[in-house]
Design a protein around this ligand. Structure first.
Ligand code: GUN
Ligand code: ZN
Length: 440
């Protein structure tokens, strides 16, 4: 008989946002000498170290002072086949797709190449502290299965799906709606709800999906419980004009998806940089989440995101890196970029560290319907965490030594912590990544 695992008590300063800091004051919970009690992969307590230790003297303490504990980061928009097109600067969306992204995505027809990229992709997520991601798969079923398999092997929480397109892209990426339906059914059967994997119905965007293909998306969502949905919305003016030409009956871009019931809880639409007033209201009413991808919006020149208007209208917003239109896998960097662009946007929001943390963690969990499982350190949730510890002699280490308040420390982490500062990453209490830097 195996003996039950002993409780583990992690000791380090910790931060989390169990409440929404856009709606409530003092939503940031921080403990300078924090404790996180892990029992069978779940959080049994979080708070002040001494208090938790007094209540659980039997727990084994792991002393992580010198670093900081944050909830595992959640990326709500990222493309696995685009790992190798990162850095394709100097283009706008349709041109970038044509020249940079789509030729690389066509290479995913080679299953062994897809496996190699999938494995590098999940490693990149984990090494940046991301524990949960909503991922665009490939246009090929075998490559999308390779991503799920890599996700399973990594221990990360991965939601993904076959990318569905039957027009307007490079023809080798097109599939008939019938073939897409069959492939999706197989992938759902193999992967949806298995361990930490979830399936997301994934039409690339309205521009590359016929009405028949969108109908298949609707059917899949009706036939299976708990599927997620992901696509793109209102990213670029040329794209929007083309969607208007292809769907003359639609009053705006969102109306195309609405006709097929493709919104609501569990639906994530990336970008929404150029929405109409009516679209704000309808997104809010439906509960659809917008994945805000500020690095991508700047790199592709898509525009400035109207964060304040989204929040005011009550639209849910989370963050995505949009690799490879974006600039990398770092969700801390993505939150910083959101802050920076809001500083220069006309009528931009002034984000504080609590709001940045919420956007990079709990907001993503809410978007994916996983808010009872991950996204913060409340008792009962899965122990999904990233341990940030700056290497010695780095600017971050120097700043953190001086930080007077926990908000200052958190803001410094967002500003300066890259993957070199990601020391350990856990999902359900188990280590899924360990940084390579050795600390004294
Ligand atoms: N719209 C359709 N496909 C894509 C993509 O791969 N990246 C981005 N940023 N927008 C898209
Ligand atoms: Zn995208």
């Amino acid at each position: 008989m195996t003996s039950p695992e002993r409780d583990e008590l992690l000791r380090a300063p910790l931060f989390h946002t169990p409440r929404n800091p856009f709606l409530e004051d003092r939503a940031l919970v921080s403990h300078e000498d924090g404790g996180l009690l892990i029992r069978n992969g779940r959080i049994a307590a979080s708070g002040d170290f001494e208090t938790i230790r007094a209540a659980h003297p039997e727990a084994i303490t792991t002393d992580l002072r010198g670093g900081f504990l944050l909830p595992g980061l959640i990326d709500t928009h990222v493309h696995f086949p685009q790992l190798r097109v990162l850095g394709g600067l100097g283009r706008t969306l349709l041109d970038w797709l044509d020249v940079c992204a789509l030729p690389e995505e066509a290479r995913m027809s080679d299953e062994s190449y897809a496996r190699e990229i999938a494995s590098a992709f999940v490693h990149a997520l984990a090494s940046h502290g991301t524990t949960t991601a909503l991922v665009f798969g490939a246009h090929f079923a075998a490559a999308t299965a390779a991503l799920f398999e890599a996700g399973r092997a990594s221990g990360l929480r991965i939601a993904s799906g076959l990318v569905m397109s039957d027009r307007q892209l490079h023809p080798e990426l097109h599939q008939t709606p019938e073939a897409a339906y069959r492939d999706c059914k197989d992938l759902i059967r193999c992967f949806h709800g298995r361990g930490r994997l979830l399936y997301a119905v994934t039409p690339r965007f309205a521009l590359s999906a016929s009405e028949a293909m969108l109908e298949v998306c609707q059917t899949l969502r009706q036939e299976h419980d708990g599927l997620l949905f992901q696509t793109h919305l209102n990213e670029n003016p040329q794209e929007i004009a083309e969607v208007a030409r292809l769907f003359p009956w639609a009053s705006d871009y969102l109306a195309v998806y609405e006709r097929y019931g493709l919104g609501g809880g569990g639906a994530v639409m990336a970008h929404n940089v150029h929405p109409t007033a009516s679209e704000f209201d309808r997104l809010a009413a439906e509960g659809t989440t917008i994945a805000h991808c500020p690095c991508s919006n700047a790199a592709l020149g898509s525009g400035l995101f109207a964060l304040k208007r989204h929040l005011k209208a009550g639209v849910r917003v989370a963050l995505g890196t949009d690799v490879g239109g974006g600039t990398g896998f770092g969700m801390l960097k993505e939150a910083l970029q959101a802050y920076l662009l809001q500083r220069v946007a006309p009528e931009g929001a002034m984000l504080d560290a609590a709001q940045m943390l919420y956007l990079a963690t709990r907001a993503g969990a809410e978007a994916l319907g996983l808010e009872n499982e991950t996204g913060d350190f409340q008792t009962g949730k899965s122990a999904d965490l990233v341990y940030i510890r700056p290497p010695a002699n780095t600017p971050l280490a120097a700043v953190l030594e001086r930080a007077d308040t926990s908000e200052q420390a958190l803001a410094a982490i967002f500003t300066l912590a890259g993957s070199e500062s990601v020391c350990e990453v856990r999902v359900e209490g188990s280590i899924v990544h360990k940084g390579s830097i050795v600390y004294k």
